[in-house]
Every structure is written in structure tokens, then in C-alpha cells.
Design a protein around this ligand. Structure first.
Ligand code: GUN
Length: 292
């Protein structure tokens, strides 16, 4: 078994991003700039956004955080998005999900200028991704592709089983793995909570992408010997063992699955760190106008 080490890979790629951002600053007199909008006080979202902002500083980006409490109206958020869309000093804009129930995430996503949509959630970016055109790719799937690329993992012709069909991870991941590119050229099965005999599908996988949001969902008996395992789960549980007061668990029972796998990503220290890299790379591409 070998580790898909998000800590190592993200650190290496961030070094390159930091150098490119410095170069951008020297040429343009400003840093690449990411703005995040955070609504409410969801513990997970607070942590992720804080980490995104911190990482921006580390790679010589400017970052700005716009915060609202839970009761902000949908229109106020949309108005802010329009204002940021028009601000030429902003390269990337993300609105952290989930949002409170009275705010429609579809409206929010479609209001973000697709040219600043560094989360890659806008229908124009998703549509362009389907057609293999230049676009912003959603950060988590993008980060996973970068990790596969870093380790030069041969994916062509392999059977990838994606578990979970979310707009953010599972659905775009299935498209990227099936695309005619390296990494890519997989035969993909996209499974979800309604899939009948789900373990039977997972057992056939050469590559498993677990993104269903259930702690230790993928167990050793579901895994074929030598499978490549990518764990996207970030399941938070309260714990007195850690300083932060919570502990993270993946969607894969790492302890029992690892020895059966050829490659496996840990949680924490795996895909989560690569998501940030995907976001930073998209923001840099936006600043450099490499896509639009
Ligand atoms: N919530 C969970 N993952 C993400 C992400 O990648 N981007 C945003 N905006 N919200 C999220």
C-alpha cells in the first residue's frame, strides 16, 4: 500500500503557485484576489473558509471574507455578488455552501460571474467541462485529478466507481474520470444512496472515489485487492482527544481497507488539502486570464 499524500502534494503545488503569484504581482502590481462569502456559523464551513483564506496568504494571494449572519436576505447576498462581479480587482468569488434554507443556492451560483466562478459550480463552467473546453473545474475533483497526475497513476481503461452523486464532487468527478485525457479514460459507474447492491459495484472497482458523506462507509469486504482508493469524506465528530474539539473521519474504513489497496488517501491529510489547491489554481488561472 502507498499513500496518496495530500500534505506532500499540496505543499509542492502550493510552492509553484506562490512563485507564480509573486510573478503576477511583479507584472501587475497587485496580487491574485479571492473573495469568499460565508453566511451563518456552521462549524465546518467556518473551518473550511478560514483555511482557504489562510492558504491564500501563504501563496501570495489577497483574500477577503464577507460574512453575514443567518438572517441575511437572499437579495442582499445576490446584490453583494453583483458588486463583486463588477470589481476588477477581484479574480475569484466563492460562496461557501451550505446556505440557510431561505437562500436558493441555484440563484446564488448563477449570479456569480462564470469568469470568477473559481468553485466551478456555474452551469457554464459545468457545461464547458462536459465538452472538454477550457473552464473552471470544481475544486475537489480538480484536486483529485492533480493528485492522480502527481503520482502518475495510470487510470486508462480502469473501472472507476464513484460513490455519491453530489454537484460538488461525485457528478463532476465521474465526468472527469471518463474524459479522454490522462488522468481519465476510465469506465465510470456513478453510484449513490439509491443504488441497489452498492457493495457489489464497489467490489468491481479498480478505483473507488468515496464521496457519500458517511463515516467508514466503505469497508474492507467491499474492496478488491489492489484497488486505488480516494476518500473524499470529511465527517466531523466531537472528540475530547483533539485540541479543536472534533475529529475527522473519512468515508472509508482506512484501518482495515489500507492493506488491501494499492494506493489510498487518508483523512485528514488527503483530498481536503487538494481541494484548496484546486481552488488556488483556479484563482491564479482567473487572475492570469488563462481561461476567459
Ligand atoms: N461546501 C463544501 N465544499 C465546498 C466547496 O468546494 N465550495 C463551496 N463554496 N462550498 C463548499
Amino acid at each position: 500500500m502507498e499513500l496518496l499524500d495530500g500534505k506532500l502534494v499540496s505543499a509542492k503545488i502550493k510552492e509553484d503557485i506562490a512563485a507564480e503569484a509573486l510573478d503576477f504581482f511583479n507584472k501587475n502590481g497587485r496580487k491574485p484576489h479571492l473573495v469568499a462569502i460565508l453566511v451563518g456559523n456552521d462549524g465546518g464551513s467556518e473551518t473550511y473558509v478560514a483555511s482557504k483564506m489562510r492558504n491564500c496568504e501563504k501563496v501570495n494571494f489577497q483574500s477577503s471574507l464577507v460574512r453575514y449572519d443567518d438572517h441575511v436576505s437572499e437579495e442582499e447576498v445576490l446584490q453583494k455578488i453583483r458588486e463583486i462581479n463588477a470589481d476588477e480587482t477581484v479574480d475569484g468569488l466563492i460562496v461557501q455552501l451550505p446556505l440557510p434554507k431561505h437562500i436558493d443556492p441555484e440563484k446564488v451560483t448563477e449570479t456569480i460571474d462564470y469568469r470568477k466562478d473559481v468553485d466551478g459550480f456555474h452551469p457554464i463552467n459545468l457545461g464547458r467541462m462536459m465538452r472538454n473546453l477550457p473552464c473552471f473545474i470544481p475544486a475537489t475533483p480538480y484536486g483529485i485529478m492533480l493528485m492522480l497526475e502527481y503520482y502518475q497513476i495510470e487510470t486508462s481503461g480502469k473501472h472507476a466507481v464513484v460513490v455519491g452523486r453530489s454537484n460538488i464532487v461525485g457528478s463532476p468527478m465521474s465526468i472527469l474520470l471518463a474524459r479522454n485525457s490522462q488522468p481519465g479514460n476510465c469506465t465510470v459507474t456513478l453510484t449513490h444512496s439509491r443504488t441497489k447492491n452498492l457493495p457489489e459495484f464497489i467490489k468491481q472497482a479498480d478505483i473507488i472515489v468515496a464521496a457519500i458523506g458517511k463515516k467508514n462507509f466503505v469497508t474492507a469486504d467491499m474492496v478488491k485487492d489492489g484497488a486505488i482508493i480516494i476518500d473524499v469524506g470529511i465527517n466531523r465528530e466531537q472528540s475530547s482527544e483533539t485540541k479543536s474539539g472534533y475529529k475527522l473521519f473519512g468515508d472509508v474504513d482506512f484501518e482495515n481497507v489500507a492493506s488491501k489497496s494499492s494506493w489510498i488517501s487518508p483523512v485528514p491529510g488527503g483530498v481536503g488539502l487538494m481541494t484548496i489547491v484546486g481552488l488556488l489554481k483556479n484563482t491564479l488561472k482567473s487572475a492570469k486570464k488563462e481561461i476567459y
